[in-house]
Design a protein. Structure first.
Length: 316
């Protein structure tokens, strides 16, 4: 194919990074897939990717992956056990920025989040704002911040209660309007931008949901595909933080995550936004629940295969 390009994909074993790497390879481009675990990168290697195994905190490793690349997909993956999660985010962002400058990288897409440009928000959203600010300082880097709201895949955080008691139990309000998109749609937006490389300077690319939905509606859809009713319940932030910490999540990440749930709940009481008809998201939550979430509920695979944050089994 003409115009074969080389792209570095950080966090290529994650939901967004994995989809993006496969899409770039299917389009005939060369992919440098980055991750800590070679075993988890084998599928992408078999598809033709060049595997770069290392630590994203290692600037030399990241520089090697960025060297002579036409573009990069930048993701700061969750690190729930980090004692100071914002510090971890700043560290990885700093490595990306210095490696991009040293390698002369000219185009990159960063997976950020909706609200990162709003000074009023906090939680994990504020961390993405900080990362954006650090990356924006790289001279000569054409950078687009892909800004989804939240992901369908957050539902994996609540696999434990769904498997054990048939309840979608979370700190999110049960009847507030949530704006969710799939990792594959976010990856598709980023890949489309990287394949064209038409963006200049610093810009944003919002990803809009197909439709808003509530946790109660989600529980109903799960029940339909499971063939048995699924309850829905809101738990306190304190209880959720305690569960997360008991499973090994650091207090820093657990607290920020619950602050983010609170922001999503508060935003869900506002009138829904009107999105343009050509909103890029296409994968429906009904399909995600049927094809991905319900099989995960029925599976005996460890929850850690699906989610970075797990919860212990509560005592009866």
């Amino acid at each position: 194919m003409d115009n074969v390009r080389t792209y570095a994909v950080t966090a290529a074993t994650g939901h967004v990074g994995g989809y993006a790497a496969h899409e770039l390879l299917r389009a005939g481009h060369r992919g440098r897939v980055m991750g800590r675990d070679r075993e988890r990168l084998k599928e992408l290697e078999a598809a033709g990717a060049d595997v770069f195994v290392g630590d994203l905190a290692d600037r030399g490793y990241v520089e090697d992956a960025f060297a002579d690349a036409d573009g990069a997909l930048l993701i700061v993956p969750p690190h729930p056990a980090a004692p100071d999660f914002p510090r971890y985010q700043r560290r990885i962002a700093g490595v990306y920025a210095s490696a991009a400058a040293q390698a002369g990288l000219r185009h990159a897409a960063f997976i950020s989040t909706q609200g990162a440009d709003d000074d009023r928000v906090g939680g994990l959203i504020a961390g993405h704002a900080t990362i954006e600010s650090i990356l924006n300082q790289v001279a000569g880097l054409n950078l687009v911040h892909v800004q989804p709201p939240s992901f369908f895949e957050i539902l994996y955080y609540f696999l434990g209660p769904m498997r054990e008691s048939g309840v979608l139990s979370s700190p999110l309000g049960t009847d507030v309007t949530l704006r969710l998109v799939s990792a594959r749609d976010v990856a598709a937006v980023a890949v489309g931008l990287l394949k064209d490389l038409h963006f200049r300077g610093v810009s944003t690319a919002p990803v809009h949901p197909v439709r808003p939905i509530t946790m109660r509606e989600i529980a109903g859809l799960i029940g339909e595909h499971l063939g048995s009713p699924v309850g829905v319940a809101q738990v306190s932030a304190e209880a959720d933080i305690a569960d997360l910490m008991a499973a090994g999540t650091g207090r820093s990440f657990a607290t920020l995550l619950n602050q983010t749930w609170a922001i999503a709940t508060a935003m869900g009481t506002e009138p829904p936004d009107e999105f343009p008809p050509a909103a890029p998201a296409a994968y429906r939550i009904e399909d995600f629940i049927r094809d991905e979430l319900v099989p995960a509920i029925r599976s005996s695979r460890p929850i850690s295969d699906y989610s970075t944050a797990t919860r212990p089994r509560r005592a009866a």
